[in-house]
Structures are given as C-alpha cells and as structure tokens.
Design a protein around this ligand. Structure first.
Ligand SMILES: Nc1ncnc2c1ncn2[C@@H]1O[C@H](COP(=O)(O)OP(=O)(O)OP(=O)(O)O)[C@@H](O)[C@H]1O
Length: 335
C-alpha cells in the first residue's frame, strides 16, 4: 500500500496534449475515481503511473519514491483494462496463477493455490477454474482479468472502466466486492469510470479532468454539491444538472449567465408555469420532462405521481448554482 503523488504531470502525443500539468495526491488506502468525457486524459494518467508510457514533464512518486526510472514490474501496480486481456490457451486457474509465478514474485505453489482459490470465490468463478479462458463469457473473462490484478496484492490498483462490459447485476455485485476488497485490504485504487453510481458509491475522492487538466479534486459530495464550474456540475448527478439562462426565473446575481438546477434545487408548487412533456418511469426514479418557456428541463418526482403530459405545474429555484460566462461557479443568493 502506498501514497501516490503526481506533480506537474504532462504528456502529449504528437500535437495532441493528453495531460497538462496534473498534480494530485492519492492518499494511502484511498479510492480515487477519475471522471471526464472521452479524451479527457483518464487512461493516459493510469498508463503513466503503471509505467506503460513516460511523461514529458513532471514526477510520479509512490510511497515517497520517484518511480520514473522504475519498470512497470518494479512499480508493483496492477492495471485492469476495459477489455479483458487473458492468455486464451491457458485455463482460468493458470491465468490467475500466472502473475504470481513471475520471477519478481515467484510465490510457493501452496500460496498460489490459496490466493487463486480466494480470488475465484470473490469473483464467483470457482466452478470455472479448469475452463480454458476462451470458453468463458465476456463477463467471466473480465472477472478473471480483475482476478489477475487481485491475486497479486499490489501496492496500487489501476482500473480503467473494469465493469463497463458487464451486465447490470454483475456490475452491482462486483461494485460491492471491489469496495469490500478496498476496505479489507486497505488497498489504494485509482479507478476510471463513466458510471455515476460507481463514482458516488466507491470513491473516497473524485478527480475531474477536462482536456487533460485536473479541474477539481475532492470528496464525491464536494464535487456534487460544490462544483467549481458548470462542466464539473455536469459530471455527477442523474438526471444531469439543468443549465438555463440565468434570468430564466427572474433577476440573477451580478455576473451570472447560467443557473444550474438539480432536482433538489427545484421547488414545485409556486413560481413560473412549466408544462410536463413526458413522465418517464425508470424503476428506481421517475423523471418529469418539463418545458419552461423556450427551455427544456428534467427533474424527479414521486413514483406514484398522477402527473400527465400536458399538465402544468409551478416551479421556482431553491438554492441553485450560478455560473458566469466562462462556466465558472459564482456564489449568489436565491432570487
Ligand atoms: N497512444 C496515443 N497516440 C496518440 N494519441 C493518444 C494516444 N493515447 C491517447 N491519445 C490522445 O490523448 C488524449 C487523451 O486520451 P485518453 O485515452 O487518456 O482519454 P480518456 O479520458 O481515457 O478517454 P476514454 O474515456 O475515451 O477512454 C486523447 O485526445 C487521445 O486521442
């Protein structure tokens, strides 16, 4: 286990700047989730820490020691990719044991057998241990990929959307398992996901990347409740935060050009008339799609709502977020 410190990390690929001056400390035992749209630099960050790419500038320290001169194996980190990477001709048992037989680790066979059995149980694949990797479903292969990282008990786990190819049930099960492994082993995780629920439920810290820059780093709650910009605010929250012209409900604080409204910022029962366009029952939430003058918004409502498309209701903002012309957050009173 170890603290990871990135200082002034930059990386370009030709003319494309993948990371710009990223500084970030991942405390020992933290579960850090990186968020950002495609191309923001998430995978590049993981690859630099793993030693699969070299930064153009900056330093990477693990446990206080710069690892820039270390090989990937010496760094003692395990990376799980979005796409499974198994040896197809080996069985699941052999795939899981493989990292433990490398010259740098070379554990006794009895210890290997024990770790393989433990990890297979965690990932619900003990009955598949003697199958060839090619005889597995996609979800099973991905579990074996995760298992290959877990058996090693590295100092740091780097995971790049490891659950995105799995079905919803398995994803939910493995989310709980990963969180349990994190809590039990006290391991340090750096984890990339586009999945809201993974970010909110697993992260101790969230880092938001925008075009290779780290724009905010804090607890999931801080990022959700106190975003520094409209961009950050749009990264968390389902439905997504509604961004409307600042004067959509009346006077706005000086400098504000946009008002940001999450469902909890929308008070229903008084204010401006909004028309219901659609009532969307998603099982775990019921969404109202609203039209407010020329604007469209989405909010949440009671699952047993009697509301119908075409109905009108009154809404007003309640402690909304305000943003200036550059999208930066500004503090302001509720109008
Ligand atoms: N090997 C490479 N060669 C050229 N350009 C690259 C390479 N790897 C990454 N890039 C570029 O660097 C930028 C950041 O890429 P990166 O893969 O880190 O993004 P990401 O946030 O992980 O995106 P995604 O969510 O799609 O995985 C992108 O513009 C990408 O095209």
């Amino acid at each position: 286990m170890a603290e990871v410190t990135l200082s002034g990390l930059s990386k370009s690929f030709g003319a494309a700047k993948a990371l710009s001056d990223v500084s970030l400390t991942i405390p020992d035992g933290a579960f850090v989730v990186l968020l950002g749209p495609t191309g923001a630099g998430k995978t590049t960050t993981l690859r630099l820490i793993a030693g699969l790419d070299r930064p153009d500038a900056g330093d990477i320290r693990i446990g206080g020691h710069s690892v820039l001169q270390d090989t990937p194996a010496q760094r003692d980190v395990a990376m799980v990719f979005q796409q499974y990477s198994l040896y197809p001709h080996l069985t699941v048992r052999e795939n899981l044991a493989f990292p433990l037989r490398s010259p740098m680790i070379a554990l006794p066979e009895a210890e290997i057998a024990k770790r393989v059995a433990e990890v297979a149980a965690v990932l619900h694949i003990p009955h598949k241990l003697d199958n060839k990797a090619t005889a597995l479903s996609g979800g099973e292969m991905q579990r074996v990929s995760i298992g290959r990282a877990l058996v090693r008990q590295p100092r740091i786990y780097l995971m790049d959307e490891p659950l995105s190819s799995l079905d919803a049930k398995l994803r939910a099960d493995l989310r709980i398992e990963l969180k349990r492994i994190h809590a039990e082993l006290g391991a340090t995780f750096l984890y990339v996901t586009h999945d809201q629920i993974e970010a909110m439920t697993m992260a101790t810290h969230v880092g938001v990347l925008d075009h290779g820059r780290l724009v905010q780093y804090g607890s999931p709650r801080e990022i959700y409740e106190n975003p520094v910009s409209a961009y950050v605010a749009s990264r968390l929250g389902q439905p997504r935060i509604n961004l409307l012209p600042a004067d959509a409900f009346g006077p706005a604080p000086p400098g504000a050009t946009q008002i940001g409204l999450r469902p909890e910022h929308i008070h229903v029962g008084e204010g401006r008339d909004a028309t219901i366009r659609r009532v969307e029952h998603l099982g775990d939430q019921t969404r109202l799609h609203l039209t407010l003058g020329p604007h469209e918004m989405i909010t949440l409502t009671d699952p047993h709502t009697e509301a119908r498309p075409g109905d009108t209701l009154q809404i007003r903002p309640h402690n909304p977020l305000w943003f200036d012309a550059s999208g930066n957050r500004i503090q302001g009173p509720t109008p």
